[in-house]
Design a protein around this ligand. Structure first.
Ligand SMILES: Cc1cc2nc3c(=O)[nH]c(=O)nc-3n(C[C@H](O)[C@H](O)[C@H](O)COP(=O)(O)OP(=O)(O)OC[C@H]3O[C@@H](n4cnc5c(N)ncnc54)[C@H](O)[C@@H]3O)c2cc1C
Length: 339
């Protein structure tokens, strides 16, 4: 397996940031991945795993190997009375995987339609949308330890999923490459249509007993309307997590801003980060080539020619504005590399 050298990553990240990797490789088979990891171990190279680049900010060059899994394949490997066990290789594009499953009547992923990225990256931050997260559907996964190439199986419990969290962002950060993921998908659909956006979209289409494909189509329509396509306007989706605050903090904010958007949680509330950013005056505002998207303040966009430093400067300015107005700290969702 050949390493490409001094590889430009602009077209490998959806923010279109122009970093370079000292080495780059995209293994297409399990064997290629194994032999690559053996070489890496022998050479003692730092490794960064890259999926579709839709949740990263490159703030500098990477002086090691950027490894982008390109293994493809989807198969049903078992079934129970109510479910199919479906396995997909890490390099499968996530939106195509969702459509592939729907076309075969394997249900449960419709609300996660059109989320950019790869199957291998989906467990990293437990992707979620419209009331479903992959923790609800994931059965297990296979990963390889970067330092040794050793294969390890992870059960659902091993992944320790949380809101945009997993063990791969915490204790095992940068330790493993996810090679394939297994999902338990329903034979009979159990649709989740409670979100107001989905309800409205189905109503507009005159659908009151939707099929899974109709839910997926509705989700795709909503997302297309609300979020900029990275192919048209460079972005990394939601740039900040929705902050979770205590009841006391929520009450204090409510006393000043009765229209605050908050979702109740077990021990407090999750605030809509987009609302906080908009209230802080950042919707549609830019510094140089980077700004908060005019239709959704939570999304930072690169209007052209930005560097990672430009993105981080805007993100920091937004964090400061939100902290000084609400006393709440916003946490960035994408992984920042190179600082
Ligand atoms: C327009 C837009 C909308 C979005 N909407 C949503 C949404 O609704 N919900 C949501 O949850 N996210 C959303 N995202 C974020 C993003 O799509 C997800 O986080 C996605 O899972 C990232 O996949 P990726 O392949 O692009 O990963 P990358 O951005 O390439 O990588 C992200 C992280 O995962 C690690 N990683 C990637 N692949 C592997 C692997 N095989 N093994 C180990 N580590 C790996 C990388 O090292 C990096 O730290 C959105 C992004 C965009 C641009």
């Amino acid at each position: 397996m050949r390493f490409l050298e001094n590889f430009l990553l602009t077209d490998r990240n959806t923010l279109k940031l122009p970093s370079r990797a000292r080495f780059f490789a995209a293994p297409e088979t399990r064997d290629e991945l194994h032999s690559l990891l053996n070489t890496v171990t022998a050479r003692n190279l730092p490794v960064m795993v890259l999926g579709g680049g839709s949740n990263v900010v490159f703030a500098g060059d990477f002086q090691g190997l950027v490894l982008q899994p390109a293994m493809r394949g989807i198969r049903c490997i078992g079934e129970t009375a109510g479910h199919y066990l479906v396995e997909a290789e890490a390099g499968e594009p996530w939106p195509d995987f969702v459509q592939y499953c729907l076309a075969r009547n394997w249900y449960g992923l419709e609300n996660l339609s059109l989320i950019p990225g790869t199957v291998g990256a989906a467990p990293i931050q437990n992707i979620g949308a419209y009331g479903v997260e992959i923790t609800d559907r994931l059965h297990s996964l296979t990963a390889l330890e970067l330092a040794t190439g050793r294969v390890r199986e992870f059960s659902h419990a091993d992944c320790r999923f949380g809101y945009r969290e997993s063990v791969f962002k915490q204790d095992l950060r940068d330790r493993y490459i996810i090679a394939r993921v297994r999902f338990l998908l329903q034979k009979k659909p159990v649709l989740k249509t409670a979100y107001a956006d989905i309800q409205q979209e189905l109503a507009v289409r005159g659908i009151d007993a939707p099929t899974p494909q109709q839910v997926a189509t509705a989700v795709i329509a909503i997302r297309t309307r609300k979020l900029p396509s990275p192919a048209v306007l460079a972005n990394a989706g939601s740039f900040f997590k929705n902050p979770v605050v205590s009841v006391a903090v929520l009450d204090e904010i409510k006393s000043r801003f009765p229209d605050v958007i908050a979702y109740p949680q077990a021990d407090g509330a999750k605030l809509a980060a987009g609302w906080l950013i908009e209230k802080a005056g950042w919707k549609g505002r830019s510094i140089g080539p980077v700004g908060a998207y005019e239709k959704q303040a939570l999304v930072l966009v690169n209007h052209g020619g930005a560097t990672g430093a430009d993105v981080i400067a805007v993100a920091s300015a937004i964090q400061q504005a939100v902290t000084s107005m609400f006393g709440v700290q916003l946490e960035m969702e994408p992984r920042i590399y190179g600082i």
